[in-house]
Write a protein that binds this ligand. Structure first.
Ligand SMILES: Nc1ncnc2c1ncn2[C@@H]1O[C@H](COP(=O)(O)OP(=O)(O)O)[C@@H](O)[C@H]1O
Ligand SMILES: [Mg+2]
Length: 289
């Protein structure tokens, strides 16, 4: 059988370990992500999302537990750790703050250069990643500092995509963008996944964003996995989610209210567009009677 893209086994991570301030930011977390799957990780601020994903390519070392990438424990030796950096591409929250080269091109080329790839291959990757991330060709020779906020975000994400990782991990990729910008960014990631077949792990506190892209969802609360399952399974537990400071999308709540009034629309609607189609189907169905 094919090894999962990523397996986390009983991972615990402490900050201020051994002091009286010691806290477990991640506590006994296990999860499996299959190849080609998109996993959403949601949770309130401080629930441990960023700490957890920083282990996925060995940036943080677990105090307890294991990180297994493509069947190999990444901390087994130096080589497995090095390989994990190439296999798992980590894009931090507000990645645009890490742009530092003279040109956007050089920034996107930074990762592949570190991988010591031939220059034609680096160029191919830069062009391809820029295209997939929606960075316009004419921006490549500009300074990253001359880009708009949204353009910088995409350039930074392209810098991870250019490493062509098997697993792409994005920490709050749409943070700070307006609703239209958020939607565009999620669409871009979805397109990237569909074109490359890459495994994607996306962290967000927005249940709308996660519903738009994830196959499965893992909910973190107080450093632990509180729920996991398909979007449908998890989003149907509105009360539990609310108790963890998370809100099911407003449109989902409206659909549930309609159902309570005896209007037979589906309960698993997470976007306004789907709600429009569902209500239209309902009306057309009634007309047909
Ligand atoms: N570098 C750090 N040093 C000490 N404590 C930290 C550090 N980073 C995060 N924490 C703490 O660990 C917990 C989890 O934080 P974090 O992983 O950033 O959660 P999230 O990404 O879900 O907001 C929080 O209590 C946070 O204050
Ligand atoms: Mg975070």
């Amino acid at each position: 059988m094919m090894a999962p893209a990523l397996e986390i086994k009983n991972l615990t991570h402490y900050y201020y370990k051994g002091t009286k301030n010691q806290i477990a930011a991640v506590e006994n977390v296990s999860l499996t992500v299959e190849k080609g799957e998109t996993l959403g990780i949601i949770g309130h601020t401080g629930s441990g999302k960023s700490t957890l994903i920083s282990h996925f390519n060995g940036l943080l070392k677990p105090d307890e537990g294991e990180v297994i990438v493509d069947g190999k424990n990444i901390f087994e030796n130096k080589e497995t750790l090095r390989q994990s950096r190439f296999k798992v591409g980590l894009c931090f929250q507000y990645p645009e703050y890490q742009l530092f080269e003279e040109t956007v091109y050089k920034d996107i080329a930074f990762g592949p250069k570190n991988m010591k790839l031939p220059s034609e291959e680096i160029d191919r990757r830069v062009q391809n990643a820029a295209k997939l991330a929606g960075v316009k060709q004419e921006l490549l020779n500009k300074s990253p500092f001359d880009l708009s906020g949204g353009e910088k975000r995409r350039a930074a994400i392209a810098g991870v995509m250019s490493m062509e990782p098997e697993v792409l991990v994005l920490d709050e990729p749409a943070a700070g963008l307006d609703p239209a910008g958020r939607l565009d960014l999620i669409k871009m990631i979805r397109h990237y996944r569909d074109v490359t077949g890459c495994t994607v792990i996306i962290v967000s506190h927005s249940m709308e964003d996660i519903a738009r892209i994830a196959d499965r969802v893992c909910v973190l609360a107080n450093a632990k996995v509180a729920m996991h399952g398909t979007v449908k399974e998890v989003y149907s537990k509105g009360d539990e989610l609310r108790s963890m400071g998370l809100n099911v999308p407003e449109i989902t709540r409206i659909m549930l209210m309609l159902r309570e009034k005896g209007i037979d629309v589906p309960a698993d609607i997470y976007s306004p567009d789907d709600a429009v189609s569902a209500v239209r189907n309902y009306i057309e169905g009634r007309r047909g009677v």
